[in-house]
Design a protein around this ligand. Structure first.
Ligand SMILES: [Zn+2]
Length: 105
């Protein structure tokens, strides 16, 4: 069991009440994803992306990859409104353009 504070992430779930020891990542995962362990959260960029994104229709999918020095979460980001894959989930050019247009009105 990790002694670190729980990740500040909307996909992280834990339940340690009454002897239960449940913790899991509820981010949708691709079929290639390795099994999640709590340590994946320590380097995962999902919370940062959710905090900083300008995309109002962001969908994320994770793939946990085993690396030599531990697991890493690879993140696949899509804007579900514009149906485009985002190179960086924090910025969606098309949502940005819409927001700019609203400000101009
Ligand atoms: Zn978008």
């Amino acid at each position: 069991m990790s002694t670190k504070p729980p990740p500040n992430c909307r996909y992280y779930y834990e339940d340690f009440h009454r002897g239960r020891e449940v913790s899991e990542c509820r981010l949708p995962k691709s079929r290639d994803s390795a099994h999640w362990e709590r340590s994946v959260c320590d380097t995962c960029r999902v919370p940062e992306i959710l905090r900083e994104t300008n995309c109002a229709h962001l969908a994320l999918e994770g793939t946990i990859r085993k690396k030599r020095f531990g697991e890493r979460m690879e993140i696949f980001s899509v804007c579900t409104k514009h149906m485009v894959q985002l190179a960086d989930g924090r910025t969606c050019a098309q949502c940005q353009a819409e927001q700019d247009a609203l400000l101009d009105e």
